[in-house]
Design a binder for this molecule. Structure first.
Ligand code: FAD
Length: 393
């Protein structure tokens, strides 16, 4: 076994780290969506690891995507949802399931950040249970007509296009789901900003669709096969979420080590006390274990092997590890953890999303336990996407 990243991925990691040091960590500390920063990330190719050159990518794979995500999140985990959507969930799903014209129209624009994308699964009555989606997609002959409401949509207020999951027949549950690309300037599309705890760099929206039209060519995959598309997109998204959790947990560790080496109490650095050392050792172990699990998942995907089980384990472990790490960082900082002058209060707020997004910790535990108990195998043979974009270089 070789646990090294290899030359190419190490170079990409260095480039991403340099970028975050120059553009994120040394910049003004105000929180919020920054279009200029996203444009720079696109221009530098940070969104392109998983894409072939034809679509503006570097073809360096999901392991490379994972290490870049980790670096972004280590600098500002609030950017991670946006990063996932631009670098993976929206363009990758279109690349896998769209017809050639639709891929040509959208994928490169997303990877280069000329356009911003969002993915719309969640609804007021459909969160973990995606099969209960109520948004209606009707086939009106020469176009689709979409009606419904979505909640918790990252990038929702700023997106130029969206992948909307809806049903053509609610009675069919998951077999009725369809996925359609919708341009958000269509009449009937409206959004409302959702105030939230953390992740301020990636805005969240409620979305309302009233008789919104989409061209027929914008259907992804087959009519009624949206559930399969959703599941493959979520598996890949978990690589991104779990990588982001590792990055933020590393930031918690970095801040704690720095503080423990500076703060003096009872005449000694607090890092010299065994109880503080114990907390640091726990954080180091959690971060390293989470990172190995995540990289295994990304590597399996790069090797075209099933990875649903492995990435669920990674997402569950890393999601829990980062929340623990953020709590431990607060502990090491004492009262200063509570201060807006220190980064750890933001780490604490941002960490909670990792137990929720791309499948909650409970949903991951169900998947892992059902597999272990022989109730339902998590890993299925790889799904063959309609067109093999890997030949398109
Ligand atoms: C910051 C943020 C960004 C998001 N971005 C997006 C986005 O871009 N696009 C999008 O579509 N969605 C997005 N979401 C929504 C997210 O995917 C959902 O919040 C998540 O899937 C959980 O759904 P829910 O909130 O409705 O919780 P629920 O499904 O209602 O779950 C509530 C609780 O019940 C538990 N639970 C539910 N079912 C079971 C079960 N069968 N067994 C055991 N426990 C169960 C859950 O684990 C959880 O603890 C985002 C959410 C947040 C907070």
């Amino acid at each position: 076994m070789d646990f090294g990243l290899g030359e190419e991925v190490t170079a990409i990691q260095d480039m991403a780290r340099k970028f975050t040091q120059q553009e994120i960590l040394s910049g003004p500390e105000e929180d919020g969506f920054k279009r200029d920063l996203v444009t720079k990330m696109g221009e530098l190719g940070l969104f392109g690891c998983a894409f072939p050159p034809r679509y503006g990518g570097s073809d360096s794979g999901f392991l490379a995507h994972s290490v870049v995500t980790e670096e972004i999140s280590r600098a500002d985990s609030g950017l991670r949802p946006l990063f996932n959507l631009q670098a993976l969930t929206v363009p990758y799903t279109i690349m896998e399931w769209g017809i050639p014209d639709v891929k040509d129209k959208y994928v490169e624009d997303l990877v280069s950040a000329k356009r911003i994308g969002c993915t719309c699964f969640s609804e007021p009555n459909a969160g973990s249970d995606i099969a209960s989606i109520e948004t209606r997609i009707e086939d009106r002959g020469d176009h689709f007509l979409i009606n419904g409401a979505k909640t918790w949509i990252s990038n929702g207020t700023i997106a130029d296009l969206a992948i909307v999951y809806g049903t053509h027949d609610r009675n069919l549950k998951h077999r009725g789901l369809c996925a359609v690309v919708v341009e958000t300037d269509q009449p009937g599309w409206s959004t409302r900003d959702t105030p939230k705890l953390g992740d301020k760099a990636s805005p969240i929206a409620e979305i309302y669709m009233e008789n919104v039209k989409a061209p027929k060519e914008n259907l992804l995959g087959e009519w009624g096969k949206g559930f399969t598309i959703a599941m493959t997109a979520l598996d890949r998204g978990r690589i991104s979420v779990a990588s982001g959790a590792v990055g933020l947990a590393q930031a918690c560790l970095d801040a704690s080590v720095k503080y423990a080496n500076e703060r003096v109490q009872f005449g000694k650095l607090i890092g010299e006390y065994q109880l503080v050392k114990g907390v640091i050792a726990e954080m180091v172990s959690q971060v390293e274990a989470a990172r190995l699990l995540v990289r295994r998942g990304a590597w399996l995907n790069d090797k075209d092997r099933p990875f649903t089980r492995e990435i669920a384990i990674a997402k569950y472990f890393a999601g829990e590890a980062v929340v623990k790490a953020a709590g431990m960082a607060m502990e090491v900082h004492g009262g200063m953890g509570y201060s807006l002058e220190m980064p750890v209060e933001k780490y604490y707020r941002d960490s909670k999303l990792y137990q929720v997004g791309e499948g909650t910790s409970n949903i991951m535990r169900l998947l892992i336990a059902d597999d272990a108990l022989g109730i339902k195998k998590a890993n299925r043979p790889r799904i063959h996407v309609p067109s093999d974009f890997r030949d398109l270089n």
